[in-house]
Design a protein around this ligand. Structure first.
Ligand code: URA
Length: 245
């Protein structure tokens, strides 16, 4: 049970005081009847709320798929740089979402934003082995020996041996290579450090997949949308969270 003014305020209808005014004016109906008391406790699973005769859909959690642009940091707050949260409209920011894992400032592509701590944990905790796939451009030619190195686990600069990873070479010549890399961990600068350990540099990095969720080609950089019901179902199935649907 939650207070009506809190629900409407969370949905972006204004401060509690502004919501109180909306309610006083008779613009809000509870189960078809005008309600004048904005502190009324509501069961969001059972009660129907209407504002100006529009039924509102109340939800506690938000799940956003963003195509992160370069130059934006994966944080909720930053003193200097624009964050992935700054890009969101107020109607989404009101849910207080945070990014699931991090992409470097210069990395683009898929990032999920949510306020669901449980889902966040299941997506980023290494023990769940969720695949993250990146498209990368590398400054040198790659060959089969690099594929083998990724498969057997690359030792990066701090001595850590990465879990086996998959390297698919799309194209490679003396000018550089285009690859897809799939890893299950998310160490700081991991993909860049893995290539560095092989004497190569990542010149472009874009995340294209996380678990079953793929970057939506129709989202240009800086754009976002909520995950669809289908995507949510697939994601929760894959993460064995079907009970939380
Ligand atoms: N690996 C990196 O090096 N950078 C990222 O942003 C993500 C994975």
């Amino acid at each position: 049970m939650e207070r009506l003014d809190k629900i409407l305020s969370n949905l972006g209808y204004g401060t509690r005081k502004q919501v109180k005014d909306i309610v006083k004016k008779g613009r809000v109906k509870l189960d078809g009847v005008i309600i004048k008391n904005s502190s009324e406790k509501i069961d969001t699973d059972k009660n129907k709320i209407e504002v100006d005769d529009q039924v509102i859909s109340y939800k506690n959690n938000i799940y956003i798929l963003m195509n992160k642009p370069a130059g934006v940091v994966s944080a909720t707050y930053d003193n200097y740089d624009e964050t992935v949260i700054d890009i969101l409209d107020e109607e989404y920011r009101t849910f207080k979402p945070f990014p699931v894992g991090r992409l470097d400032k210069d990395t683009v592509g898929l990032i999920i934003l949510t306020n669901d701590g449980e889902l966040n944990h299941r997506l980023i905790a290494p023990k769940w082995h969720v695949d993250k796939t990146y498209y990368a451009e590398i400054d040198k030619a790659l060959d089969k020996s690099d594929v083998e190195a990724f498969k057997s686990g690359i030792v990066i600069d701090d001595g850590y041996k990465c879990m086996p990873a998959e390297l698919d070479i799309i194209q490679a010549d003396k000018d550089g290579s285009m690859v897809n890399v799939t890893i299950q961990e998310g160490k700081f600068h991991q993909v860049k450090r893995m290539f560095k350990a092989l004497g190569k540099n990542v010149v472009y990095l874009k995340r294209i997949k996380m678990g079953p969720i793929e970057l939506d080609d129709s989202l240009s950089e800086g754009n976002y949308r909520e995950l669809t019901d289908n995507e949510m179902e697939t994601l929760k199935k894959e993460l064995n969270m079907i009970d939380l649907l």
